[in-house]
Design a protein around this ligand. Structure first.
Ligand code: 5GP
Ligand code: ZN
Length: 115
């Protein structure tokens, strides 16, 4: 995808500092963090939504989520974290390239999912 912002980051056309990387995923800090340390786990391949994620990516997907979350917990001295994945405009997906938000959480921080 020529104009997709996350494809450009994946191809290295836009520089980024990787928190974690494996064969099919990488993670970076969100440009507009909702909480300190808010990060994104992004597929290297352009996939529109979670439903396009091939089963063969499963272990790499879990590996990227877990290792990114572990690093953020340590870095931010957080007590917990949320994983959020928006699919479709109605669900708040702004970038149509598969990604997962990881939000490190602390007592009395200014974030809540309300679910
Ligand atoms: P969505 O609403 O699609 O689930 O979330 C997209 C996220 O990508 C937003 O939190 C937004 O701040 C983040 N984002 C958009 N463009 C960039 C970018 O160029 N670099 C980084 N690091 N994050 C971005
Ligand atoms: Zn893309």
């Amino acid at each position: 995808m020529e104009s997709c912002i996350f494809c450009k980051i994946a191809r290295g056309e836009i520089s980024s500092e990787k928190i974690y990387e494996n064969e099919n995923f990488f993670s970076i800090k969100d440009i507009h963090p909702k909480v300190k340390g808010h990060s994104l786990v992004i597929s290297k391949k352009h996939l529109d939504t979670f439903l396009e994620l091939p089963d063969t990516f499963s272990s790499g997907f879990l590996d990227a989520l877990k290792n990114t979350a572990r690093k953020l917990l340590k870095e931010e001295k957080a007590a917990g974290f949320n994983i959020v994945n928006n699919n479709g405009k109605v669900a708040g997906q702004l970038v149509n390239h598969l990604h997962f938000h990881i939000l490190p959480r602390k007592e009395k921080d200014a974030f809540g999912l309300g679910v």
